[in-house]
Design a protein around this ligand. Structure first.
Ligand SMILES: CSC[C@H]1O[C@H](OP(=O)(O)O)[C@H](O)[C@@H]1O
Length: 355
C-alpha cells in the first residue's frame, strides 16, 4: 500500500492517481503545467496542500527545462503559468497563495541586479522544492498542537474517539496530513481509542482514501456513511470532530468538503467540540467571511455514477457543490502549525505569526 501522493526527484514529477485508489496504486508522470492543471482539475491529485505543491512542482519541471532570453522573460512566463494553475480548482486557497508568493518572489529575483539568469532560476526552483519538506513539517506541528488541544479536555489518561470527514492525510498533502495528522499523533501517543471516518459522498474520499490510510497505519477505525453522523454522536461518545480546510476566511468561517457544515451543526447539538486542522497556507486573510468563498461545482456524473456504474435515474437534475462553509460560531478551534486559535483570535494571531 502506497501513501505518497507526490514523488519528485531529479526534476521528475509523478502523482499517485487517486481516482484509481484503493483498487489500484498507479503513478502518472506530470511533465509540465498543462499536465499539472489536468491532474488537479480531474482530482487525480486533490487536497488543498497537495494541489498547491503539485501545481508549483509542475511549473518547476517546465522552468528547469526552459531556455529564457532574460530574467524579465522568465518572470513573465512564471506569472502566466502560475495564474493558469490557480484556475484548475477555485475553492482551495493554497494554490492561489503559493502563486502570489512565487510571483512576488520572481519579481524580486528579476529586479536583483546581483543575480544572473541562472542564479535566479536555481533560487526559484529551490524555493518550490522546499515546499515539500515545509508541508510535512507543518503537518507534524498541526498533529502535535491538535493532539494536545483535544487531550487537554480530558481528565487523567483517558482515550479519545475522533470523527473525521473527507481525506486530509498523506494523500491530501506532502505527507502525514492535517486532520489525519492529528489522528496519527493521538495514535502515536497511545491516546486514540477509535476513529470514525465518513465515506464522503459523492467522490468517496473517506471510503476510498482515508480508510486506505487508516488501514495502512493500523489505526483502529470504522467507516460510516455520511447519514450516520448523528447516530454515531448519540451512541459512540465522540470526543471531538477534526476536519481539514480548503479555505479559512479572516473571521474563521471555513470552506471544506461538502457535508462538513452539517457535521458541525450536529456536533454543536451533541456538545462535541468541532475543530478545523489547516496550515497557514489555507488561510485567506483577503476575505472577511465565508460569504466570499467561491464554491466549486463538479460534474453531475460524480453523483450519478460510481465508476462506470449508474446509480441515479437518467434525467434527474443534480446539484454537486464540492464544498460548503462552516460558520466560525460552530468551530471550537482552528489547529495550525503555529498553534490552536479560536476563530475570533485568528486574524490577530495570523498577522502576528505569518512570517
Ligand atoms: C488537507 S486537504 C483539505 C481539503 O481538501 C479536500 O477536498 P478535495 O478532496 O475536493 O480536494 C477536503 O475538503 C479536505 O478537507
Amino acid at each position: 500500500m502506497t501513501l505518497r501522493a507526490i514523488k519528485y526527484d531529479n526534476n521528475n514529477l509523478e502523482i499517485l492517481d487517486q481516482l484509481l485508489l484503493p483498487a489500484q496504486s498507479k503513478y502518472i508522470q506530470v511533465k509540465g503545467v498543462e499536465d499539472g492543471w489536468k491532474v488537479i482539475n480531474k482530482m487525480q491529485v486533490r487536497g488543498a496542500p497537495a494541489i498547491a505543491i503539485v501545481g508549483c512542482l509542475s511549473l518547476a519541471v517546465e522552468v528547469r527545462n526552459e531556455k529564457y532570453d532574460s530574467k524579465k522573460q522568465m518572470r513573465q512566463e512564471i506569472e502566466g503559468k502560475l495564474n493558469y494553475l490557480v484556475s484548475s480548482r477555485p475553492t482551495a486557497v493554497n494554490m492561489k497563495i503559493a502563486a502570489e508568493d512565487l510571483i512576488d518572489f520572481a519579481n524580486r529575483l528579476s529586479n536583483d541586479e546581483t543575480l544572473d539568469l541562472n542564479a535566479m532560476k536555481s533560487i526559484f526552483l529551490k524555493t518550490i522544492e522546499d515546499m515539500l519538506a515545509k508541508d510535512i513539517a507543518d503537518n507534524t506541528a498541526i498533529g502535535d498542537f491538535g493532539a494536545r488541544e483535544i487531550l487537554k479536555r480530558l481528565t487523567g489518561d483517558g482515550l479519545v474517539r475522533i470523527l473525521t470527514h473527507c481525506n486530509t492525510g498523506s494523500l491530501a498533502t506532502a505527507g502525514y496530513g492535517t486532520a489525519l495528522g492529528v489522528i496519527r499523533t493521538l495514535h502515536s501517543m497511545k491516546r486514540l481509542e477509535h476513529v470514525y471516518c465518513t465515506e464522503t459522498r459523492p467522490y468517496n474520499q473517506g471510503a476510498r482514501l482515508t480508510a486506505y490510510e487508516l488501514v495502512h497505519d493500523k489505526i483502529p477505525a470504522t467507516l460510516i456513511v455520511d447519514s450516520m453522523v448523528a447516530a454515531v454522536m448519540k451512541h459512540r461518545n465522540i470526543s471531538a470532530v477534526v476536519v481539514g480546510a480548503d479555505r479559512v476566511a479572516a473571521n474563521g468561517d471555513t470552506a471544506n468538503k461538502i457535508g462538513t457544515y452539517q457535521i458541525a451543526v450536529l456536533a454543536k447539538y451533541h456538545g462535541v467540540p468541532f475543530y478545523i486542522a489547516a496550515p497557514f497556507t489555507s488561510i485567506d486573510m483577503s476575505i472577511q467571511s465565508g460569504d466570499h468563498i467561491v464554491i466549486e461545482e463538479r460534474p453531475d456524473r460524480e453523483m450519478t455514477h460510481v465508476g462506470e456504474h449508474r446509480i441515479a435515474a437518467k434525467g434527474i437534475s443534480c446539484w454537486n457543490p464540492a464544498f460548503d462553509v462552516t460558520p466560525a460560531a460552530l468551530i471550537a478551534g482552528i489547529i495550525t502549525e503555529k498553534g490552536v486559535f479560536r476563530p475570533e483570535q485568528l486574524k490577530e494571531q495570523y498577522l502576528l505569526l505569518n512570517h
